[in-house]
Every structure is written in C-alpha cells, then in structure tokens.
Design a protein around this ligand. Structure first.
Ligand code: ADP
Ligand code: MG
Length: 315
C-alpha cells in the first residue's frame, strides 16, 4: 500500500470539496463504467415552482394546507404559491426532496401545525407521508390525498385528464378529497447550469450515464434530452432505486450512483461507488464512499478523474 499517495489525493480532494471515506472507495473507481444519477436535487436545482393548476381556489387551498406539512420541494412550490399558508413541515430547515421520507407525524408536528395554521381554518390531522408517492391527511373532516396520479389510482380513484393539459416536463400533483379526484397541479424545476457540461465530461471519460428518478417518464425525458443522457429509468419507487443498480450490476456493469436523498441511500450503498451531494441528506452521505461538498455536478467527473489519477500513482 502507498498511504502517501492516498493522503496526497485526499488532500487534493478536500481542496476541491471532494471528501473520500477511505482508500477502498477509490479502489472501486478503477472499474466504473456506468454512472447512475438521481434527477431531482442532483441534476436539477431541486427548487420547484408552480407551473399551473386546474384546481379551484378552494381546492388549491386544501392542497396547500396538506402540503404545508411536508418538506418535499413539491410541497414548497405549492405552499409558496398560497398566500397565508405557512410551511410547518419542519422548523425552518432547508427543503430537500429526501424529506419526503421523513415522518413529520406525531404529537410535536401536529401541535406546531395547529399553532401556525389557526389563520388557515381547521387543523390537519392524521397526517401521513407516503414516500415516493405523496401525502394524506384529514382536513376539515375530509380525507385529503395528494400525489402522483398512480398513487390515487392504486387507491381506486380514477384520474383522468387530457395529456396536452400537462406543461412540458412538469411533475403532476393529483388531488382527491374523500376519494374523489378534484384536479391537477403542476410543478417543475430546472437543470443546474453546469449539469450538461458534467454529463459531457462523464461521456468523454468513457462512462455511460443513466438518469434515475421517481418522477414521471415525460419529466425525466425532458431533463435527459437537455443533458444528453440516453438511458432513463423513471417512475421508480424509493425501494426500486437499489434494484436498478443491482440490475445494471447483473449485466456486468460497474456502477457509480450519485444521489442526495434518503430515497437514494440504499442505491448509494449498493453501488460499486456511492457519491453523495453534500447539499443533500445525512443518510445519503452516510451511505456513500464520496461526498461532494459543493452541489455542482461537475464534481462527479472531477472525483472520478481524481481517483483514477491516484490509482495510477499507487500502481
Ligand atoms: P425523486 O426520485 O425524483 O427524488 P421522490 O421519490 O421524492 O422523487 O417522489 C416521487 C414522486 O412522488 C414525485 O415526483 C411526486 O409525483 C410524488 N410526491 C412525492 N412527495 C410529494 C408531495 N409532498 N406532494 C405531492 N407529490 C409528491
Ligand atoms: Mg434527489
């Protein structure tokens, strides 16, 4: 072993804002041929805004009151578009998509929700976070469910809408009240400015790229096309992300996974090389070999180049 080379490399790495968990992390980089990238928060800004809604103002207010209990970027977008509704998902912390899997249920959450929502009518009770799907709660004595259209369909609610009503690349939030579909809202975010450059660099290093997301096919393809990613796995439930990594490995591919959310943790741990965004969740970082302190996707090829160089030194 040549600990000096590693020390030099991790020193250079930390200058670049690339933190390596240990020598084994670099070792696996040698064989990596495929990089799997989470979409929201990793390649896109993760800051969503409302792109439209066909809900009545009253129904949109109900949706916003439900979303006020969530930290998901979708929730932020909807709450921000609703004057008078305050996000109570978690005390003032920075929103990340991964928060969708964190329970904000329980007596403390309920109490704080009540205290802030006095202006917005009745309390939200029996709040339930459905990871990778949406939210459910009782509001004003009604059973309110919001999330992916398939989440509603899985619960026997028929969701119909003309395909051309969806803004290009948007994420859909379907609302049902007492088991009845009320309409859709649309949210979207944008690719990070340096994401296309990062993908081009990965390709020039001879690596294949795969976009992996819980978002819908269309939204995934819009981002993939803009960034030059040819392989897309969309509509993947949180527990399905690790299966995609395993499936690629079974094809004989050596896989690096890049993600930021609690949803990504299992896939990060299962990959040959796990790379977490430092702006993401602790769970993602704990599951990873490498953490990129900046949230700049160009750090991904940088980290791979750095570790290849270090291995060249060791050999
Ligand atoms: P990603 O894999 O892109 O990080 P998530 O697993 O967090 O996405 O969520 C997958 C999908 O579940 C979202 O695209 C959205 O349709 C739905 N969803 C998750 N959380 C919410 C929420 N708070 N409100 C509405 N829909 C949600
Ligand atoms: Mg993400």
């Amino acid at each position: 072993a040549t600990p000096t080379a590693l020390a030099v490399s991790s020193g250079r790495g930390s200058q670049l804002g690339i933190l390596v968990s240990g020598p084994e992390a670099l070792e696996s980089t040698r064989s990596i041929d495929t990089v799997v990238l989470d979409k929201t928060g990793t390649l896109t800004t993760g800051v969503m805004s409302l792109a439209g809604t066909d809900l009545s103002p009253a129904d949109f207010a109900i949706l916003a009151r439900l979303e006020s209990r969530s930290e998901h970027p979708i929730a932020r977008a909807i709450v921000d578009a609703s004057p008078g509704i305050v996000n109570t998902g978690s005390a003032g912390s920075v929103s990340t998509e991964a928060d969708s899997t964190e329970s904000v249920d329980g007596p403390a959450g309920a109490a704080s929700a009540r205290s802030v929502e006095t202006s917005a009518d009745a309390p939200v009770t029996d709040f339930e976070n459905i990871p990778g799907g949406g939210l459910r709660a009782m509001i004003d004595g009604s059973d309110v469910l919001a999330g992916r259209p398939d989440l509603l369909r899985e619960r026997g609610i028929s969701v119909d809408y003309p395909a051309d009503s969806v803004p290009r690349g948007a994420t859909l939030v379907a609302l049902a009240v007492d088991g009845e579909f009320r309409g859709l809202s649309f949210v979207s975010d944008e690719a990070k400015p340096s994401a296309a450059e990062a993908i081009a660099e990965l390709h020039s290093l001879g690596l294949d790229t795969v976009l992996l997301t819980g978002d819908n096919e269309q939204a995934a393809h819009v981002v993939a096309e803009a960034l030059g990613i040819t392989e897309v796995r969309a509509d993947v439930r949180p527990e399905g992300k690790v299966s995609v990594v395993t499936e690629l490995q079974e094809q004989g591919r050596a896989v690096a996974m890049v993600g930021d959310g609690v949803n990504d943790a299992a896939a990060l741990a299962g990959a040959d090389l796990g790379i977490a965004m430092g702006s993401g969740t602790d769970a993602a970082m704990a599951a990873s070999d490498i953490t990129m302190v900046k949230s700049d996707p160009r750090q991904i090829p940088q980290a791979i180049r750095l570790s290849r160089r270090t291995l060249g030194l060791i050999k």
